[in-house]
Design a protein around this ligand. Sequence first.
Ligand code: EPU
Length: 337
Amino acid sequence: MIRVFENTDICSRNSFKVHQQAAKIIEFDSNDELSQIFAEHIHGEWMVMGGANNILFTTDIATPIIVPCNKDIEVISEGSEQVIIRVGAGLEWDELVEWCVARELWGLENLSLIPGKVGASPVQNIGAYGAEAKDCITAVEMYFPEQNNFITLAAEHCNFGYRESVFKHTLKGRVIITAVIFHLSKVANPRLGYGDVEREVESRGGATLRNIREAVCAIRRAKLPDTAVTGNAGSFFKNPIVDSAVAQVLLAHYPQMPHYPTAEPDKVKLAAGWLIDQCGLKGYSEGNVGVHDRQALVLINTTGEATGSEVIAFAGKVQQRVKEKFGITIEMEVNIV
Ligand code: EPU
């Protein structure tokens, strides 16, 4: 079914809970409806929105917003070790993780409780606790309005990287992701190497899928704000990737600075949250915006009244402080509209 909403406040539809007006929101359930939507409702630019957990709206939106709502999970094939599933773009990500854990299927458990919809997961290749969506994505299905056809793009052509994919570059604004195909494993493959995960899993009795999911949920609940209570967009900044030489200079001054290897031997990933924290900004706020007091990588709508432009101005100050203290530029992870 196609549902059209005109001149609506998008406050309840974006995780930062900013108030902006959308001229037209078009929800759809089935792929068959896309040609009709483009014939009847789209006469120029358009954009896609999932749960808007990673979008910060700074103005009212005249462009029609398309919202995929298909939530189906379909088993495409099942072997002795692997299961392939197709998942509708509109399903809540964490419902998919729970579906997998309940069926003893390994792969997505470390990504428990990441807010957002399945259709958004390949766009920024969501990741947490040593796992990324790309580890389990086989292919992505999408509608291509320019040709009025559907395309299935194999994972190897999605150019996945750290919070990166082709959907942020050449395919940006050109496709509507309708479903994601995942491969999951029946063979246990616990990944406990990141931070507190192993300790939390052990305290629950060992590395079962259920224990890993519960451990990750507990760690996230302790550090990250609950979007239902406090508007936020998860990590507001990306962790910066710098030349090893730059990291070495900083490490000489700050031997305790967290740093992680990357796929490229001469590049090192730093923790933006640590850098912001070291600037003394954790828990700091101005007006309606602040740095979360338990995770400095997260900016929050402290009063519920923040506007998008206020958040951007505050983020700019945070970037400037980090630049002044460390000489490092931290980029926003959140998409600005
Ligand atoms: N740190 C501080 N102070 C802070 C925050 C972090 O000192 O206020 C230090 C931590 O102690 C740790 C390091 O910085 O040594 C890294 O922090 P953490 O392990 O909490 O993870 P992160 O790098 O800040 C990334 C993802 C998160 C993901 C976690 C866990 C990015 C931009 N963020 O955060 O993703 O949940 O790892 O894997 O890569 C998201 O994208 O919305 C998100 C929450």
